[in-house]
Design a protein around this ligand. Structure first.
Ligand code: NAP
Ligand code: HSE
Length: 436
């Protein structure tokens, strides 16, 4: 980019002026002088696309900007350099991003659902056109994890990633653990604070964390792990009693996205997981996100920060915009190619982990023996156990040594067959220790 071109303000077409869009506008407004110092040019929002122009906003529309009636008018404006997609959803966002790239505009988005489910052809198109498709804000809000994997850790072979990737779920689990707040009340608070997706099912059923994990896998290993093949379990069935029993064993329950490379195959998924309470990840509360990455050169690093909300997310959107304003070359996938190969996937049933179980067992002779026999018949070794005396039904909690998901499934089938359970069994994975 020539100097004279650099000194012109970078002009933005902003699609979406909700939580993140208004956060971005506030940052660009309040930090103008710093932006000028860092980039040598201003950044201005020229036009804004929303659904309902009359709606009351948490932050006023920026001075000098104008509302725009439709997506094609935004994209066809020759003065606009960058389309910033902050609408969410997949269909309309995909159409807008594609139109923008085809029209030769850079794109910045916070839309992890779009990129995880429909991203591959968009990255290909951006590469063909030599354009930026920035998505720092789409993973872990304000934490600069995309840049860390694309640049800071580029010389590493990554061995594993474990992270709290969803602020809403972490807010809910932290509130249930810390102050015993009921699930529904904590969810409502997270929605009021602007952390949740427009459809909060995406948060609490684990899909949002899985979208982010899909993007992290691409960045860490340069492969495409199809979103539809990721095993995903959300937090809707995590009971207050399991949070309490896990604490008695010395663990906190967190919704973790995990991926690790083992013998050339990727083992990955999103699960409520018991995290030893002396690990940093166990102490991450509120809407904070955190990620532990292990690389063969750097060892283990830990990134922590606000994973949702107007300003933290706006900060990450603005970082991508400033990158474009400085005239940086696009490095969208972090790899020399945009068309990433398919991942070699370890079938989820082969994945090994240690587990927490809670079984509601009828209080009758031989019940404990039947449970122990089912575990032993499937090579599952019990590491510790607690049994709580209650009338008629006894909660039996135990932790196992490493076993496969396949053996867990088979052992539970066997226990169910004995007729000693009064409710569906509960089982969660336990976070493995860091690699030596
Ligand atoms: P939001 O508060 O619901 O705002 C969405 C905005 O987009 C609204 O201004 C809405 O217009 C506009 N919009 C939606 N669909 C539209 C359409 N078809 N045409 C025109 N305008 C449309 O959402 P948000 O929380 O800011 O999230 C935006 C994106 O950022 C999502 O992809 C989300 O996953 C991602 N993200 C959010 C956070 C967070 O903390 N909230 C963090 C990271 C990433 P109206 O205002 O007129 O309704
Ligand atoms: N709904 C998301 C969350 C927003 O709670 O983490 C940030 O991506």
């Amino acid at each position: 980019m020539a100097i004279s071109e650099k000194n012109h303000p970078l002009m933005l077409g902003l699609a979406g002026f909700g939580t993140v869009g208004s956060g971005l506008a506030k940052i660009l407004d309040e930090n103008q002088a710093d932006i000028m110092r860092r980039c040598g040019r201003n950044v201005r929002i020229k036009s804004i696309l929303v659904r309902d122009p009359a709606k009351k906003r948490p932050y006023p529309f920026p001075q000098g900007s104008r509302l725009c009636a439709d997506a094609s008018a935004l994209v066809s404006d020759p003065e606009i350099d960058v389309i910033v997609e902050l609408m969410g959803g997949i269909e309309a966002a995909e159409k807008l991003v594609r139109m923008a790239l085809e029209a030769g505009k850079h794109v910045v988005t916070a839309n992890k659902a779009l990129l995880a489910e429909k991203g591959a052809p968009l990255f290909k198109l951006a590469a063909e056109k030599g354009l930026h498709l920035g998505y720092e804000a789409s993973v872990c809000g304000g934490i600069p994890i995309v840049q860390t994997l694309q640049e800071g850790l580029a010389a590493n072979s990554i061995t594993s990633i474990s992270g709290i990737l969803n602020g809403t779920s972490n807010y809910i689990l932290s509130a249930m653990t810390g102050s015993g707040l009921p699930f529904e009340v904590a969810l409502k608070q997270a929605q009021e604070l602007g952390f949740a997706e427009a459809d909060p099912t995406l948060d609490i059923e684990g899909f949002d964390a899985a979208h982010k994990l899909t993007l992290l896998i691409r960045l860490a290993w340069g492969v495409d792990y199809p979103f539809t093949q990721l095993p995903i379990t959300g937090i809707t069935r995590v009971a207050a009693e399991d949070i309490q029993f896990a604490r008695e064993f010395g663990y906190n329950i967190k919704l973790l996205g995990q991926a690790r490379m083992e013998d050339g195959r990727l083992e990955a998924g999103v699960f409520p997981t018991l995290v030893p309470n002396n690990y940093l990840l166990a102490k991450v509360g509120h809407s904070y996100n955190a990620v532990r990455i292990e690389g063969n050169a750097v060892g283990s690093i830990f990134l922590h920060g606000l994973g949702a909300g107007d300003l933290p997310t706006g900060s990450a959107v603005a970082a991508d915009i400033l990158n474009i304003a400085r005239g940086a070359l696009a490095n969208n996938t972090g790899y020399a190619i945009a068309n990433l190969p398919k991942a070699q996937i370890m079938p989820p049933r082969e994945a090994k982990a240690s587990y927490y179980f809670r079984l509601m067992v009828l209080d009758r002779p031989g019940a404990l023996r039947d449970v122990a026999a089912a575990m032993a018949d499937h090579n599952i070794s019990i590491a510790q156990a607690i049994q709580k005396g209650q009338e008629n039904v006894v909660p039996l909690m135990f932790m196992t040594h490493d076993t496969t998901a396949r053996d867990v499934e088979a052992a539970l089938q066997q226990v169910k067959g004995t007729g000693i359970l009064s409710a569906e069994p509960v089982h969660y994975r336990v976070m493995p220790p860091p690699a030596k």
